[in-house]
Design a binder for this molecule. Structure first.
Ligand code: PMP
Length: 414
């Protein structure tokens, strides 16, 4: 009763919530409502956008067909017919669910085949799959790092890495983004720690810039530190689809190669590749692996088809990088700030949240959907559009993108 008489209810949308919500103690309720109000006031309240899948590289937003430059489907494989056929075949053969953790009865022949082929592709002794890239990073940190470990982590590493480090109880030492001098200082200060591990994204997901992997590998050698790389955004694109470590000739100097089937490969799942003993350790210790149901046959079928496509013909990634350089050059010539991007992820840094939202709306009017990324995903004052280019863009699409940004620049300067 008393909750209903609380004045906050009269002005909020809580009256739409089912009855059980009103059992929340008042103390929680006030905090939650306060935080939601704050988020709304600063244009940071997230809701699921009204998007629907469209044909090929399009999505449907409020009934309008738009070119999708906001997904991580870098090679356009998510709607590829051969992935769909492989997924359907796997479902027909094995059913929809895997029905148990991999270590119980969730395994099937295709799963083993995928891990074997992935290990060969990544030039590693062994590989293992996780239900997502997020779960893979949690498992890596949770397994290999502990209270005796110092983990060096780039300040812009993905949230799943940070969450994994937190779970592990390790001492986290963050270094300024891509600042090798700062990293060296931090490593020197912790050189006597029992165990040291360094983890870095190879492509940073909100900026599209690349880690200085050679320098990092040198420091890891010098300070006797285990090196883990997250190649989620690089796989399928760089290094004949194998990632940045391969492109730079650093395969043997990285201890664990994390990757994902959810981006360039157009499907779902995370993966870790490395030495047999390290992967065996991960299979035994990674809680997000041990205590979670294995991926479904449809996903495994699609992943295997995607992996084979990229292994047989890695040219899509090269084409994508070529287009990305062209688009970035154009955007910079218009006066946009694209940061240090060197990949298919191109930020257009606009500053405040409102401008980013306005820019997103203008692009929608021009037939393009790009994500507006705001704090806390990116630092305060660096709200941006994040363009994810894709290998299936045509010359007509590229012209459309350029025209839209040309128009946007003119409007922002009005
Ligand atoms: N690592 C990085 C660098 C990422 O950007 C993401 C997802 N955006 C992940 C890991 C998590 O992968 P997934 O979406 O497959 O869980």
């Amino acid at each position: 009763e008393s909750y209903f008489s609380c004045s906050a209810f009269k002005t909020s949308f809580y009256f739409l919530l089912p009855d059980f919500v009103f059992m929340i103690p008042k103390s929680f309720y006030r905090r939650i409502e306060g935080e939601l109000t704050e988020l709304e006031k600063s244009s940071l309240l997230r809701t699921v956008p009204e998007v629907d899948f469209g044909a090929d590289k399009e999505l449907v937003f409020k009934g309008k067909r738009l070119l999708n430059l906001a997904s991580n489907d870098y090679l356009g494989l998510s709607k590829d017919q051969s992935l769909a056929t492989a997924a359907i075949k796997a479902v027909e053969q094995y059913g929809c669910g895997s029905a148990a953790s991999r270590l119980v009865t969730g395994n099937f022949r295709l799963y083993d085949e995928l891990e074997r082929e992935l290990a060969a592709f990544k030039e590693q002794e062994d590989s293992m799959l996780f239900t997502s890239g997020y779960a893979a990073n949690l498992a890596i940190m949770d397994s290999f790092a502990g209270r005796r470990t110092v983990v060096f982590s780039d300040k812009l590493n993905h949230a799943s890495i940070l969450d994994g480090i937190r779970m592990s109880g390790a001492r986290q030492v963050r270094y300024r983004h891509n600042d090798i001098a700062h990293l060296k200082k931090r490593m020197e200060a912790s050189k006597d720690a029992d165990e040291k591990l360094l983890v870095t994204d190879t492509i940073f997901s909100m900026d599209g810039d690349l880690a200085y992997l050679e320098e990092i590998a040198d420091l890891c050698d010098f300070y006797d530190t285990m090196l883990v790389v997250d190649e989620a955004h690089a796989e399928g694109v760089f290094g004949s689809g194998k990632g940045i470590a391969h492109e730079r000739g650093l395969v043997r100097r990285v201890d664990l190669h994390m990757g994902a089937f959810s981006k360039g490969f157009g499907s779902l799942g995370g993966a870790v590749s490395g030495r047999k003993d390290l992967i065996s350790y991960l299979r035994n210790k990674g809680r997000s692996f041990v205590f979670s149901t294995a991926l479904s046959p449809a996903v495994i079928g699609a992943n295997l088809a995607a992996l084979r496509m990229v292994a047989e013909d890695p040219s899509r990634g090269d084409k994508l990088l070529h287009m990305s350089r062209d688009v970035k050059t154009y955007l910079e010539s218009c006066g946009f700030d694209c940061g240090q991007s060197e990949s298919q992820i191109i930020p257009v840094i606009l500053g405040d949240n409102e401008t980013a939202l306005t820019a997103r709306d203008r692009l929608i009017e021009a037939g393009i959907y790009a994500a507006a990324i705001r704090p806390p995903t990116v630092p305060e004052g660096t709200a941006r559009l994040r363009l994810s280019l894709r290998a299936d863009l045509t010359e007509v699409d590229l012209q459309k993108i350029k025209a839209a940004f040309g128009g946007l620049k003119a409007e922002l300067e009005k």
